[in-house]
Design a protein around this ligand. Sequence first.
Ligand code: FES
Ligand code: FES
Length: 215
Amino acid sequence: MDSSDPLKVSRRELLIAGAAASAATLPTAADAATQAPVPPRQRSVPASRVALEVNGTTHTLDLDNRTTLLDALREHLHLTGTKKGCDHGQCGACTVLVDGVRINSCLTLALMHHNGKVTTIEGLGTPARLHPLQAAFIKHDGYQCGYCTPGQICSAVGALDELGRGVPSHVSADLTAQPVFSAEELRERMSGNICRCGAYSNIVDAISEVAGVRT
Ligand code: FES
Ligand code: FES
């Protein structure tokens, strides 16, 4: 080392200086004992009061704004007929009718339907007085495990309503004409409802019977 140059520092001197600086900033055991624990940051959960008319009965719920309609029905109102399959909008098991239109209840927030009218499978019929589609699914054996069935039936109600109102589908030949009921139209309109048991042909038979069509 050239000690004549005041700006030149040996590697050893540099290491000693660094260690001393670090030690000066480290908390001591006494420091740690006197420091109060930092409380976790308080998170406020945004919540809203939501009114839903479900199967003819009005419910007022205080919900986390992030609550899906599916979870509001199943977890808050204990209407477990509506099923959670994928929770990602891919299987249709959660299909319900909102203001008469079928939707995937896992893909929408309950808050978005404040003052809306929701119909679930429990509201379509009762064991003593089945909805025609419920009766037809039983007659035609339109299910095996039954997990997809509530969504299939609610979706079929919506699909037949859309056909009746002249709403075209992806396979309608003429978008301006009243669509004609056919197995192809029905399969297209029901394509968002997956049946892992593969009861599709019987489901088509059941819905066709209610539509008054032979397949
Ligand atoms: Fe909603 Fe599958 S649970 S689409
Ligand atoms: Fe089992 Fe459709 S009846 S998934």
